[in-house]
Design a protein around this ligand. Structure first.
Ligand SMILES: Nc1ncnc2c1ncn2[C@@H]1O[C@H](COP(=O)(O)OP(=O)(O)OP(=O)(O)O)[C@@H](O)[C@H]1O
Length: 823
């Protein structure tokens, strides 16, 4: 077996044995020159790209708008390339495939196959991006992990080697190769080198995988590009078309797979997806912070991460509200209720309204308004758009009445007889009416132009309006929606709105039609802030003493407004950024994580954002905590795609050790006796325990356990994080006793996320959804179960957050479902 790339052989002469086989020598030493050569190439590309960027930025394009936008597009492109080249620094090359020269060609892959790099080579190095050899016919030196040729790195097994004779995992730190693990998939090759061609566990690269899994947690999710497993790879590379639901128990890598799928799709369908962007939806801001580094570390920056509540532009809704209120707001009945609320704003006058227009009396009575309203409603256009028809109809009727009255021919006494005024006069009367401010004010009262926050805030704070829109509802439901204290001064104040409200704002926006007042106001505020900042920058520059009096100062050529514009042009270019500011933006692909938590109303928002229905939904209905969340995927999806969705299942738990999973499996059986728990990939050797502590000593016991767990984690792994998970009512007390902020309620003002950097995190279970910690101290499991109708699901989530150890601190008796903890 020889490497066909002459360039590789050139850079790696000492590492090859006389047969040209580079693995005969100490593989760590043998691989170093090649890996160093790759880093050299990476450096070259960085230098070239930085030079191109600098040239573009220096380009004084003050000419046509087209030239400016071309310059900005080029600057954006080079900036993104530079970001990608920096992101791949750690572990640039992590694998090598030695292929059978007589292997069959790889099977065709769905959609645009992307660049087919390396298909004809017998030795392939696999890494975080593709690098080509510009000295030798652009042969691939490193194959991007997403390229078709790299696929066998993740999927080949001894039973189905896909032409792979040997798979080598290369571990490195700071550009030095630190370890090499080989898997021999070819029986003859195995015999030749004295290895066994087996895969004991069915895992790919078991040693590397287990090393990755047992490392201390940092509070941020990392990428898994070097150790993606076969079943995960299948999901990552599955077709972009249609809806795919990825199911799997806790820790099966659903989140990791979803994010790597985003990176894969962007690579494979770059042209389409870079333009429309990819949206990744997570359940809460803490979760988004937990995952936010994964895609940038894969060199992908054009993805918008958001909660559904943050999709309404200009609003970061974070008011917490009772779960029952959130559930009600998520119910589909809200759609009808909001439609009624909008219709209720199209009013009829109680008694005739009398005005004088150009000195002539005008009467706006119920009949006139009713007819105009019916016509406007019949257009089936949204409220704000239909207003044009309403105004035109009222004005038209009033004008005709006026013409009838004023122009009647006194000499023609027949019924409906002649009129002395002509069409031109009618048009003049119409124009006079339309321009009259008093009439306009009356019409604005009867059919007001509304923004979604205006309508919804009025509805929540005005009991009459709420009652009118919810005829037939229970008083208890109305109370869940009602707010006292009037509308907020700032209608986009995130502290006033809950995430469930934000979803409804989107629905209201659909009913009202595009009135972009709010967006324009937000834009204006952003502009003012940018200008204030730019003015500050210029002020500092102006204070500079050493300016040569012969030269122009920056303030001579640019003012704050121009500087602000320039900065904004440069920073506001990717699809993701545009999408974040545009409520009607539709994405090329939408990925929803913890999808089981979304309410039916939230699904409506997401489906509007993805008319192509190219979606990946990952979730686990056994972990549904939200009262309005999903119990079955068919139920969620049938209104949008009927039965046309595919299901993929992940079965291996990479997070929770077997000892803890056994306890969690009992809870799963209580939730759904037919469900199969995922199989843990490893044991931690630390048995989960229960500690009884009656009130008032419960907090003290929990604190002691948390501190002990922290010490044990530090002893075992050098660093790591502990979570204290408890029912909401206990969180503040526990956080105070531990001297840490309770998240997210105790997080910094305006920051709705839990502080993930903290060594000990205290949180209720809902906020820990999707996260993981080295050790978990679960306090008051019965309280968790009792706190919600889906309490058992919450318990299941809490038990499956730990990668190493679990302690359950409980008052009274332990819930029977945790009986295994006491043997
Ligand atoms: N192939 C892999 N290689 C290395 N680590 C992996 C792999 N697959 C998953 N992991 C790790 O396992 C842990 C659990 O993964 P992840 O959070 O994606 O699971 P999940 O299915 O979303 O869990 P949950 O449903 O509990 O939120 C993470 O630390 C992830 O990095």
């Amino acid at each position: 077996m020889t490497r066909t790339s002459p360039s590789a052989a050139d850079t790696d002469p000492g590492a090859h044995d006389p047969d040209g086989d580079p693995v005969a020598a100490d593989p760590v030493v043998a691989e170093q020159p090649y890996v160093s050569m790759l880093y050299g190439k990476l450096d070259e590309r960085r230098t070239e790209t930085a030079a191109l960027l600098a040239r573009v930025l220096r380009d004084e394009t003050t000419g046509t708008p087209q030239a400016v936008s071309e310059r900005d597009a080029a600057a954006q492109m080079y900036s993104e390339q530079l970001a990608t080249l920096s992101a791949v620094e750690q572990g640039l090359c992590f694998g090598r495939l030695d292929l059978d020269p007589d292997r069959p060609p790889p099977p065709p892959i769905d959609g645009d196959p992307g660049p087919i790099e390396g298909l004809d080579q017998d030795v392939l190095y696999v890494g975080r991006l593709g690098l080509l050899d510009d000295q030798h016919d652009y042969e691939p030196l490193l194959v991007d992990w997403r390229a078709p040729a790299a696929r066998p790195y993740y999927t080949a097994t001894a039973a189905s080697p896909d032409g792979v004779r040997r798979r080598r995992h290369i571990r490195s730190r700071s550009r030095r190769v630190t370890a090499v693990d080989d898997e021999i998939l070819d029986l003859e090759e195995a015999a030749r080198v004295g290895a066994t061609a087996t895969q004991r566990t069915g895992l790919t690269g078991e040693a590397v995988l287990l090393a990755a899994l047992s490392a201390g947690r940092t509070g941020r999710m990392g990428d898994i590009v070097a150790t993606i497993q076969g079943e995960q790879d299948r999901v990552i590379r599955s077709s972009a078309n249609g809806v795919v639901v990825v199911e799997g128990g806790p820790g099966t890598g659903k989140t990791a797979v979803a994010l790597h799928r985003a990176a894969y799709l962007l690579y494979t369908h770059r042209r389409q997806l870079a333009r429309r962007g990819v949206l990744v939806v997570g359940p809460n801001p803490t979760f988004l912070r937990y995952i936010e580094q994964v895609l940038p570390s894969l060199g992908e920056t054009s993805v918008l991460l958001s909660t559904v509540g943050e999709l309404y532009p200009g609003l970061a809704a974070h008011r917490s509200e009772p779960p029952a209120a959130a559930a009600l707001k998520g119910h589909l009945d809200m759609g009808k209720m909001l439609a009624t609320a909008v219709r209720d704003r199209q009013e009829l006058p109680r008694r005739p309204i009398r005005l004088h227009v150009d000195g002539e009396p005008v009467v706006i009575d119920r009949d006139v308004v009713n007819q105009a309203r019916t016509r406007a409603r019949r257009t089936r256009r949204p409220h704000n758009d239909a207003k044009r028809t309403f105004v035109r109809e009222v004005v038209d009727q009033l004008a005709r009445r006026e013409v009838d009255r004023v122009g009647r021919d006194p000499l023609d006494s027949r019924e409906g007889g002649g009129n002395l005024l002509d069409r031109g006069d009618l048009a003049d009367v119409r124009a006079g009416l339309r321009a009259d401010p008093d009439l306009r004010a009356v019409l604005d009262e009867l059919w007001p132009t509304l923004t979604p926050p205006q309508l919804l805030a009025d509805l929540w704070t005005n009991p009459q309006r709420l009652r009118a829109a919810t005829r037939g509802w229970s008083e208890a439901d109305r109370e869940l929606l009602a707010r006292s204290g009037g509308r907020p001064d700032d209608l986009l104040d995130g502290a006033w709105w809950s995430p469930a409200d934000a979803v409804l704002l989107d629905e209201v926006a659909e009913l009202l039609g595009e009135d972009d007042t709010a967006a324009r106001e937000a834009e204006e505020r952003k502009r003012e802030a940018d200008e204030a900042y730019a003015a500050g920058v210029l002020e500092i520059l102006a204070m500079e003493e050493d300016w040569d009096p012969e030269l122009l100062r920056p303030t001579d050529v640019v003012d704050a407004s121009v500087l602000a514009d320039r900065t904004r042009e440069a920073t506001y270019a990717s699809a993701a950024e545009r999408a974040a500011d545009d409520r009607t933006w539709t994405f090329g692909h939408v990925i929803v994580d913890e999808a089981q938590e979304l309410s039916p109303m939230a699904w409506r928002v997401l489906m509007r954002r993805c008319p192509s229905r190219s979606m990946t939904l990952v979730g686990d209905v056994a972990q549904t905590g939200a009262r309005g969340g999903a119990s079955s995927w068919a139920e969620v999806l049938s209104p949008y795609v009927a039965a046309r969705w595919r299901r993929e299942v992940l079965t291996v738990n990479y997070r929770t050790p077997a000892e803890i999973m056994a306890v969690a499996a009992d809870v799963l059986a209580a939730i759904d006796p037919g469900a199969t728990p995922p199989e843990s990939v490893r044991e931690s050797g630390v048995a989960p325990v229960a500690v009884a502590a009656d009130e008032p000593g419960l907090v003290e016991a929990a604190v002691a356990q948390a501190r002990r767990a922290r010490e044990a984690v530090v002893d075992a792994e050098g660093a790591g994080r502990v979570a204290v998970l408890a029912p909401g009512a206990r969180v503040d007390g526990l956080a105070a006793a531990l001297g840490v902020a309770a998240g997210p309620t105790g997080a910094a003002e305006g920051d709705p996320a839990v502080d993930l950097a903290s060594e000990i995190v205290v949180s209720e279970v809902a906020d820990a959804k999707g996260l993981e910690f080295d050790a978990v101290v679960l306090v008051d499991p019965a309280g968790v179960v009792d706190a919600s109708p889906r309490g058992l699901n919450d318990l299941y989530v809490a038990l499956t957050r730990a990668t190493r150890s679990l302690v359950v601190v409980h008052p009274d008796v332990l819930p029977p479902v945790l009986g295994r903890l006491i043997g």
